[in-house]
Design a protein around this ligand. Structure first.
Ligand SMILES: Nc1ncnc2c1ncn2[C@@H]1O[C@H](COP(=O)(O)OP(=O)(O)O)[C@@H](O)[C@H]1O
Ligand SMILES: [Mg+2]
Length: 371
């Protein structure tokens, strides 16, 4: 047993959601037995398509919905039945609805005034929030005199002004166009990290989740498909659904031929896959072998050895500037995508439509999908 030194009682998990279920109207199971913990200072993302239960889970954490079953703890305290205004939590909605008739300054001060904070404290907090989101010179403007990105930052400043322990963001960048989203994602992370607030973020955009969060739960139909770090989920998806949802991926259908502690061999129509790590289960079962397009190398010469390569015809070449995507039609008729970086040393730019090409990859490039 370890005893934490006095005055240093670090609460590792700020938020704990325990086996929470939400059923609407007796029939709609929006959230299905979900558990998660979020560490203090962490940015955690709930990622999934529309209707999978992200907002419902967030609203239960905020207290706007009561769980049908399960419990929610904040800093060790059971808050399952605490009303929203008694929780040290702030939720920022997708339509962050700034008050149009109030200035930026007054928008940020709104909640503090409602809580009857002393005037000097309100001034100090609003000024520090304005400088945090770099809008000090816009303090006297009205929301309509700001760009979308600036409005979003005001909304964030307003959410943070009350110094919540936990910040909940529901599709915070949904109102911004793609280019602005990307810069705002990083700004948002910097601000959240500077304040040190713990954050749960809801998004349907996998790049946004990857960019912003330290851990991601991929949701579908009310439950978690996979929970892990961005690179866990990207490199080692645990199912076809997750693999498909997160970025571009090739999946070969195959049969396990050999299982050892340090490798697995899977035979698919177009190639033999030698996977450089072990797995549980027996040979003979059907699996998918997932392979990211950027992990494949194209060449004109036949690779050595019998594993981890296939050949086909180049049927499409799509130039994206920094990289090019080749579509390769394999002998079985299956199409795969190969992505190559367009740096000066890469010779794969020599391929033209209709060329024969060999695709090869390393034995750690694949993830075996058993479901
Ligand atoms: N207040 C509600 N009453 C009944 N059904 C709801 C309510 N809110 C959400 N739902 C249903 O619950 C499911 C999950 O919704 P939601 O949590 O909003 O998903 P997401 O945020 O992932 O798009 C959907 O089927 C939705 O129609
Ligand atoms: Mg939603």
């Amino acid at each position: 047993m370890s005893i934490a030194p006095k005055g240093n009682a670090v609460c590792e998990d700020l938020l704990r959601v325990e086996e929470v279920t939400k059923i609407y109207d007796g029939t709609i199971k929006a959230v299905d037995n979900v558990s998660l913990t979020v560490a203090s200072g962490e940015i955690f993302a709930l990622l999934g398509g529309s209707g999978c239960g992200k907002s419902t889970l967030l609203r239960m954490i905020a207290g706007f919905e009561a769980p049908t079953q399960g419990k929610i703890f904040l800093a060790g305290e059971d808050i399952t039945h605490l009303p929203p205004y008694q929780r040290p939590i702030n939720m920022m909605f997708q339509s962050y609805a700034l008050f149009p008739h109030l200035t930026v300054w007054d928008n940020i001060a709104f909640g503090l005034r409602r809580d009857h904070l002393p005037k000097e404290q309100i001034v100090a907090r609003v000024e520090s929030m304005l400088s945090l989101v770099q809008l000090s010179q816009y303090a006297n403007r009205k929301p309509h005199q700001l760009s979308g990105g600036q409005q979003q930052r005001v909304a964030l400043a307003r959410s943070l002004a009350k110094r919540p322990k936990l910040l909940l963001l529901d599709e915070p960048l949904g109102a911004l166009d793609k280019k602005l989203r990307e810069t705002t994602q990083l700004e948002l992370v910097n601000i959240i990290e500077e304040v040190g607030v713990t954050c749960v973020l809801v998004t349907h955009d996998q790049e946004e989740a990857m960019t912003m969060a330290s851990r991601i739960a991929v949701m579908s139909e009310g439950h978690f498909l996979q929970l892990g770090s961005p690179d866990d989920i990207y490199e080692m998806p645990n199912s076809r659904q997750v693999a498909d949802f997160i970025g571009n991926i090739n999946i070969f259908d195959g049969i396990v031929e050999e299982v050892e502690s340090d490798h697995v061999i899977v035979r698919s129509a177009d190639c033999s896959h030698y996977v450089g790590y072990g797995m549980s289960g027996n040979s003979g079962r059907a699996v998918g072998v997932a392979l990211r397009p950027e992990k494949i190398l194209l060449s004109k010469e036949k690779p050595a050895g019998k594993y981890n390569w296939c050949d086909g015809e180049v049927t499409e070449i799509v130039y994206f500037g920094a990289y090019t995507t080749y579509h390769l039609k394999l002998n079985s008729g299956k199409l795969i995508k190969v992505q190559t970086l367009n740096n000066a040393r890469d010779l794969s730019g020599n391929f033209s439509l209709g060329d024969r090409a060999f695709a090869q990859w390393s034995d750690l490039a694949m993830a075996v999908l058993t479901q």
